[in-house]
Design a protein around this ligand. Structure first.
Ligand code: UGA
Length: 436
């Protein structure tokens, strides 16, 4: 099948790689000439495990271009994967979607299926249809489908190949059959519904996941005060199938390009129809509170941070990505610097993106270098390699062996045995621990 993908961001590139590996001939277009140049040279413009190899493996079946016109006249199915960033009032900015729809209308010459993979408010498929119709130069039939994406950064290929479901929103059975055929190789269950419900499923899913994390973070606050261990609580809760054990990892909160934007959008959508989505507002408030609580914990236990040397392990919004969007490291580091701390930073891959945002910090290339003379080490992103840190050796380099674990990667007993003061989230310090 001939497939087009408009937009070479996370969603578009993964879609390109998956479709080409299935065996389709894919035309991937992006208006950014630099991105396309890199891709043509065999270079993946984003860091995402397995993506570069997938693109390389299927390179004979991937073609690149710079215009929507090329995409509209290549594929029987045209996936739209452009950004819908947050506007100041919280609503999603649909200008890129609208532009693509206009250009598709102007350039399409044969029947195509336009598939919206971007996260868009309910009703956008109808809006896209109207725009295409308005600008159509060569009258021909077409269809607009909603097919939201559920992949996570850092494990995007795995998620796309092993998804729980493929949601297809359309009221046209023939169109649905074509889409099912395009995805058939993945052997993932397909959920067929109408376009508006499909669009809503995406927002509801992200809002629910963000709420699940904020819920466990709220529980963590209580655990610390009453003497419970939030990791144990989450484990015990997760055994109930109705709850499940995923997304119950307490920590300094969620970040990234989606949860913040999509929760704001849903609150805005609700506001517009007169519904005050108080629960989702609380989800966001709790998330904003988590870095503040963490900073407070550091300040209290260090007796203020002025002139203290603090090492930060991990700055990306989550492991296995170089994405810094809405990363929790940003408010935490900025506040510590403002309060007079000397902050040293290490991240295995995000440095090139983080340098532009996190100024006034010292970048280090190794964990040993980071630890030198520090009064505390903070764990902000739970990179797998941090699990293998030789903490005994690191301790020798530090001025004061203290760890503030914002992702609950380690156990207090283990760290205490080595000689660290150890603080985490939702797990109270055992009495007398630091005096032994
Ligand atoms: C999220 C959703 O999980 C995807 O299904 C969705 O497709 C994507 O948004 C999107 O809309 O594009 P993503 O933001 O890439 O994916 O990453 P997640 O793995 O969901 O992590 C989001 C944030 O939650 C990270 O900051 C992570 O550290 C945090 N998190 C996650 C926790 O604090 N605790 C957890 O238990 C899980």
């Amino acid at each position: 099948m001939r497939i087009s993908v408009i937009g070479a961001g996370y969603v578009g590139l993964v879609q390109t790689a998956i479709m080409a590996n299935i065996g389709h001939d894919v035309m991937c277009v992006d208006s950014d000439p630099e991105k396309i140049k890199k891709l043509k040279n065999g270079e993946c413009p984003i860091y995402e495990p397995e993506l570069q190899d997938m693109i390389e493996d299927a390179k004979a079946q991937i073609f690149y271009g710079n215009t929507v016109e090329q995409a509209a006249n290549w594929g029987e199915i045209v996936f739209v994967c452009v950004g819908t960033p947050e506007k100041e009032d919280g609503s999603p900015d649909l200008q890129y979607i609208d532009n693509v729809a206009k250009e598709i209308g102007e350039s399409m010459r044969e029947h195509i299926i336009v598939v919206n993979k971007s996260t868009v408010p309910p009703g956008t498929a109808h809006r896209v249809k109207e725009i295409i119709q308005k600008y159509q130069k060569f009258p021909t039939t077409f269809d607009v489908v909603s097919n939201p994406e559920f992949l996570r950064e850092g494990c995007a290929i795995h998620d796309a190949m092993n998804g729980d479901r493929i949601v297809i929103g359309t009221d046209n059975w023939k169109t649905a059959e074509k889409l099912i055929e395009a995805y058939q190789e993945l052997q993932t269950q397909v959920f067929l519904t109408d376009t508006i419900s499909a669009e809503m499923i995406k927002y509801a899913s992200n809002a629910f996941l963000a709420t699940k994390i904020s819920f466990i973070n709220a529980i963590a606050q209580i655990c610390e005060q009453v003497g419970a261990d939030v990791k144990e609580v989450a484990r015990g809760m997760g055994l109930d199938h109705r709850i499940g054990d995923k997304f119950l990892g307490a920590g300094i909160g969620w970040g990234g390009s989606c949860f913040g934007k999509d929760t704001s959008a849903l609150i805005h959508i609700a506001d517009q129809i007169g519904y005050d989505f108080k629960m989702l507002k609380a989800t966001k408030e709790i998330n904003e509170q988590m870095p503040k609580e963490f900073i407070q914990k550091i300040q209290t236990n260090l007796n203020g941070v002025n002139d203290k040397i603090i090492g930060v392990l991990g700055v990306a919004f989550k492991p296995d990505t170089d994405d810094m969007r809405d990363a929790r490291s940003i408010p935490i580091i900025q506040k510590l610097v403002k309060e007079g701390a000397i902050v040293k930073v290490y991240d295995p891959v995000a440095k090139h993106n983080a340098e532009k945002i996190l100024t006034n910090v010292q970048w280090t290339n190794t964990i040993e270098e980071l630890a030198e003379n520090t009064d505390a080490i903070l764990i902000i992103t739970e990179w797998k390699e941090f699990k293998d840190i030789k903490w005994r050796e690191i301790k020798q380099k530090m001025r004061n062996p203290r760890i503030f674990d914002g992702r609950n990667m380690f156990e207090e007993e283990e760290m205490k045995r080595i000689g660290y003061e150890y603080y985490s989230i939702g797990r109270p310090n055992k009495e007398g621990i630091h005096n032994q």
